[in-house]
Write a protein that binds this ligand. Structure first.
Ligand code: C2E
Ligand code: MG
Ligand code: MG
Length: 566
């Protein structure tokens, strides 16, 4: 650090001397004129305007308190109201003993007593202050985030430690604030607006920390931290944030969410405090009704459960705790429903938790990419199962497997599946791939290209959960698909109103224009089946025929089908 300051060694710093007595200005000027460029002001008003004009340049202000027009106290108030001038050190010039301590209380770096009879001492004191502040500024430029002026995460955590050490008795809470869809906001409004939003938010947090006892920090992107003395009213903070953002950006609908971790015991480390606060905040992601979430016992259990599943996955794959279930699909165009395929659905028989359905872990594993391991396991089992049934029953049952959006990012996907069907000895057309409609909501082009490649290579593609995603009709024609799987919510609501039925009919029409088959999911009653039949639906799947069952139980379904077909 010393070396950086050496760069300034030969350049002159700038000093402002403020005193209404000309003789005082002269005396001080003489002391410093060899080493400093001197600016002079004879009253407070002039001083304040010179400070504003030269704020980037001033190394120090020597300030008299008693002056006409505007006194020194008001100059200090003005300086402290603007972050850019607040960081300029000032030294108070005073002839009254009582003002010495008072001036330090006001934030002065030091004081100089009149009369100025010891020039060497005055020079040494001022020069030392200037250097001290320069060091401090260099340190704080590392401590503080350039954009918002808040502590960077690293220093924020260090200061939290200090707070803990010196305020053992205070109950502190960790808060993480972030902005929903900040990436999208940046895309729509541009960088400078996005930065403005970060600044406004950081202002509110900074003020809150100051008023309630605590500190604020800024992490990556739109993530902010607060470590504050416990309050029962964080609603007020969310209100302040919303009001400020609404005032500064009236046209942008900005949603800031706060996740709060109430630190009951210091045995929870600071890094964990903010991780748990973040987890709490993430539970209200994209929920515009909710602005704050507190990490509670239930969330704690869910988090531990999830951590446990992530921890256990490899062992579970090795010891075959994952099992593939199959749900039959029936073609309903003809006289009687005919078994025409099956969907492979994964189940985890966890060694401690028992039977786990996919809703417990699919989206968790999608978040961290582990889903690829599970999917490959399922695909392989399914492919070999098709072969096994072919061998034993002389009956080919095409099986569809689910592929996650994450799988589509793998450039080797098509090759991997091709090798798999080859090693199992089945035809590509007997391993269908289901991809949920919502996979196309982002990075559409990448998704569509991946799907195209699969289809060109000979796999049959089904669009899963149709009607729940965002793909909208405009891209439907662009996505290569063979089967459209109508989401089960449509079938479930079909009986509620004629409009609901009409919607299904419209989807059927679209499918026929696109020349794709329709598979209706979630058929539970005979009535639903009959309705769908009259609408021209090709296939159905649902509890009416069978729940997903183990491979062994599925063999009973095959046998029954063979009986019926005789
Ligand atoms: P999905 O692919 O849409 O699968 C259909 C889900 O609906 C299955 O739930 C199935 O058990 C359920 N279902 C079938 N018929 C009926 C019915 O008549 N009524 C009702 N209420 N439900 C019915 P499951 O097995 O819990 O799977 C849920 C989702 O998890 C799947 O939805 C799929 O998106 C995902 N999933 C399952 N296995 C895998 C897998 O191996 N890999 C990936 N990536 N995702 C999977
Ligand atoms: Mg599916
Ligand atoms: Mg589905």
């Amino acid at each position: 650090m010393e070396t950086e300051l050496e760069l300034f060694k030969d350049s002159k710093r700038t000093m402002l001397i403020v005193d209404d007595e000309e003789v005082n200005r002269l005396l001080l000027g003489n002391i410093f004129s060899n080493d400093y460029n001197i600016l002079e002001a004879e009253d407070g008003e002039m001083a304040w305007s010179l400070i504003q004009e030269n704020k980037g340049l001033l190394s120090i202000v020597l300030l008299d308190l008693m002056m006409p027009k505007m006194n020194g106290f008001d100059v200090i108030k003005h300086m402290q109201s603007d972050p850019a001038t607040a960081q300029i050190p000032f030294i108070v010039l005073t002839s009254e003993k009582s003002m010495e301590v008072e001036s330090l209380r006001l934030g002065a770096a030091d004081f100089i007593s009149k009369p100025y009879d010891m020039p060497e001492i005055i020079f040494a004191r001022v020069d030392r202050t200037v250097r001290f502040f320069e060091h401090k500024q260099i340190i704080s430029s590392v401590e503080r985030d350039e954009l918002t002026g808040l502590y960077t995460r690293r220093f924020f955590l260090k200061y939290c430690e200090l707070i803990d050490r010196f305020h053992m008795e205070s109950e502190m809470d960790g808060i993480v604030a972030d902005i929903d869809q900040f990436g999208l906001l940046t895309e729509i409004y541009g960088n400078s607006v996005a930065e403005g939003v970060l600044k406004s938010l950081s202002d509110v947090l900074h003020i809150y920390a100051g008023q309630h006892g605590g500190i604020a920090g800024h992490g990556e992107g739109d993530v902010f931290y607060l470590y504050v003395i416990r309050s029962e009213d964080y609603e007020k903070l969310t209100k302040d944030i919303n009001e400020r953002l609404r005032a500064d950006f009236p046209n942008a609908n900005i949603h800031v969410r706060l996740g709060i971790f109430k630190r009951e015991s210091k045995s929870v480390g600071l890094v964990d405090v903010f991780q748990y606060a973040k987890i709490a905040g993430d539970t209200i992601k994209d929920d515009y009704q909710a602005s704050l979430a507190i990490y509670d016992q239930q969330l704690r259990e869910t988090t531990l459960f999830k951590q446990r599943l992530i921890h256990d996955i490899n062992q579970a794959l090795e010891t075959e705790q994952f099992v593939v279930y199959y749900q039959p699909k029936y073609a309903i165009k003809g006289e009687r429903p005919v078994l025409c395929g099956a969907e492979a659905l994964v189940r985890w028989i966890h060694k401690d938790f028992g039977f786990l359905t996919p809703d417990k872990y699919i989206s968790l594993f999608e978040q961290n990419g582990l889903i690829q391991l599970v999917d490959r396991f399922v695909w392989k089992k399914a492919a070999f199962q098709v072969k096994d049934w072919e061998n034993r029953f002389g009956f080919t049952i095409p099986v569809s497997v689910n592929a996650s959006r994450i799988d589509l990012f793998d450039p080797q996907l098509s090759e991997t599946l091709t090798e798999l069907v080859e090693s199992a000895g089945i035809e590509k057309k007997n391993l269908h791939v289901e991809i949920t409609e919502s996979a196309y909501s982002e990075k559409q082009e990448t998704m569509i290209n991946a799907v195209k490649k699969l289809r060109e290579s000979g796999f049959i593609l089904e669009m899963d959960d149709f009607g729940t995603g965002y793909s909208a009709l405009n891209i439907l024609g662009l996505i290569p698909i063979d089967v459209l799987k109508l989401d089960m919510s449509f079938v479930g609501k079909m009986h509620l109103s004629p409009e609901n039925e009409k919607i299904i009919e419209i989807i059927m029409n679209i499918a026929s224009v696109l020349q794709v088959e329709v598979n209706a999911e979630g058929v539970e009653t005979e009535e639903q089946l009959e309705k769908l039949k009259t609408m021209g639906c090709d296939m159905v799947q649902g509890f009416y025929f069978s729940r997903p069952v183990s491979a062994e139980d599925f063999e009973e379904i095959i046998k029954k089908e063979q009986e019926a077909g005789k």
